[in-house]
Design a protein around this ligand. Structure first.
Ligand code: SAH
Length: 212
């Protein structure tokens, strides 16, 4: 492994920011150790890539804080056979973490240059990851249903098309609210959808037809 892979730094940050908090899923921890976050941030911010904070990636978007990416992935309880929809691909970082845990990821991004950037960053995953430039509040019906849906931008309500595209037994995680949001986890069971709030968070706004 070459010296600029920053492996030690990344492993240390996983230990301090995730293990010592409440990330206990070993597969999630391993995925966070594997994905090189410094390759997903702008060059001028690369020195900060292993701080536990969001960083600007242009176009009013941010790469999410590593702890939040790990918490969302853990909440989704992904199996290696799952198909996942991510809304708000941004840099592609969270999609890469999800791709380490599931069989297939469809990552939808509204802003064309960001979709292009995400596609470039995710090229190594081949056809297991599809980046689509579109309004993600409409989901992506072509590949539905999804075992898991992860939304990386906030809106007052969960867009109905996303709930329509969630499989039986599926999980959806999304920041819901205005200003300060609740990170909400929906679990679809035969008895109906269960809803739980995980944490108070702040995300960039979800735009589009069913956005803010
Ligand atoms: N998961 C990203 C975080 C990106 S921030 C990462 O790991 O880098 C949220 C992203 O949602 C922004 O890139 C923004 O452009 C995008 N977004 C906002 N509204 C959207 C919509 N309706 N459909 C798809 N993407 C949207």
């Amino acid at each position: 492994m070459n010296s600029d892979d920053r492996t030690n730094e990344r492993h240390d940050s996983v230990e301090r920011q995730l293990v010592q908090r409440d990330i206990t899923d070993e597969r999630v921890l391993e995925a966070m150790r594997r994905v090189p976050r410094h390759r997903f941030v702008p060059n001028e911010l690369a020195a900060l890539a292993y701080d536990d904070r969001p960083l600007p990636i242009g176009y009013d978007a941010t790469i999410s804080q590593p702890y939040i990416v790990a918490l969302m992935a853990q909440a989704l309880a992904l199996r290696p056979t799952d198909r996942v929809l991510e809304v708000g691909a941004g840099s592609g970082y969270a999609a890469a973490v999800l791709a380490e845990l599931a069989a297939e990821v469809v990552a939808v991004e509204l802003v064309e240059p960001l979709a292009a950037l995400a596609a470039e960053h995710l090229a190594g995953y081949g056809d297991r990851v599809h980046v689509v430039c579109a309004d993600g509040t409409l989901g992506y019906p072509q590949r539905a249903p999804y075992d898991a849906i992860s939304v990386a931008a906030a809106a007052p309500e969960i867009p109905p098309p996303l709930l329509d595209q969630l499989a039986e037994g599926g999980r959806l995680v999304m920041p819901v609210g205005r200003g300060a949001e609740d990170l909400v986890l929906i679990t679809r069971t035969p008895a109906g959808d269960m809803r739980r709030s995980l944490l108070q968070v702040r995300f960039v706004p979800l735009r589009g037809r069913h956005g803010t």
